[in-house]
Design a protein around this ligand. Sequence first.
Ligand SMILES: [Fe+2]
Length: 365
Amino acid sequence: MTVDKVYLVGFMAAGKTTLARALGRRLGWRVEDVDDRIEAREGRPVASIFARDGEAYFRQVERAVLLDLLPIRDAVVATGGGMRPAAPRINRRACGSTDRASPPKGSSNRSSRQWTRDVRYLVLSDIHGNLEALEAVLADAAARGYDAALVLGDLVGYGADPNAVIDCIRALSPLAVIRGNHDKVASGIEDAEGFNAVARSAVQWTYEALSPEHREYIATLAPGPQFIGEQIEICHGTPFDEDAYVFDELDALRAIESATRPICLFGHTHLPIVFIRSGDGLDLAGADGEATAHVALATTARYLVNPGSVGQPRDGDPRAAYAILDMAARVVELYRITYPVETAQFKIREAGLPEVLARRLGVGR
Ligand SMILES: [Fe+2]
């Protein structure tokens, strides 16, 4: 048997292109990057294809490209971009506008490596079953434009719409979604040890409210940290422990030291903030309660960024919080937006969830 082709299969930014080039040099074979061919064929970045048309469409184009490559010999083929199996596009109506993602930015035919550096990420965390807050955030983010979404966990728990929120997130086809502590308990893969009485009651309600399909979805979410190329990693709590909290500078220092990427995105505390490690110092930014805060990202510093909570803010400001991380402009944009809190409160009361969960949404605590 004569081997005339090698396929390297791995997730996006897993390093397969680098390996393919090294292998190609050693064997004297040509190197084919399937993502590059897909981008050339579609005239837009892979992230944009995922965000706007979903993984099913991406795979369809990928199959066509792989068929084109079938006759060639003596080649190393890098393929398999994407983060996880296809997510069906469902229940669009529950998510408001169907046109949330921005048009692709910049010129077409950029290489995968280039878009990984240039992409504009929507960063969502701690949605906690609050559909009204999520819809408002997605509408606001669509107007500002983004290429791909990152979700930092706690999709459910506390709020009255866990199934609809999961549908909404799946319809976004995020580049990455990781699990939070509430996702683990609400899906039944971990017990509620460490939860207070209210959280325990809400998570029990959520477990029963979730359809088997939705329960399965959050049960199989990846744990943090997950890596997005060479610059970014995402976690729910910290890189060293997915359930640990970062509340103060000491926590932040430990988390930054344990991160393997210069920009670490985290959630869990429901408090928007940016910790900046520059030299021996640690600075804070973005926690001033303004509707918008832009924090420039130097290439010489390391960052720990919490976008705040979409669905249950706890800093005394009831507005929903989210962030956009723009890798081309090297800036993280923190946003606070109003949403129909009364509707979310009404649904919590109607569902028979603890009254305190409705009240706290009104005061952002
Ligand atoms: Fe949370």
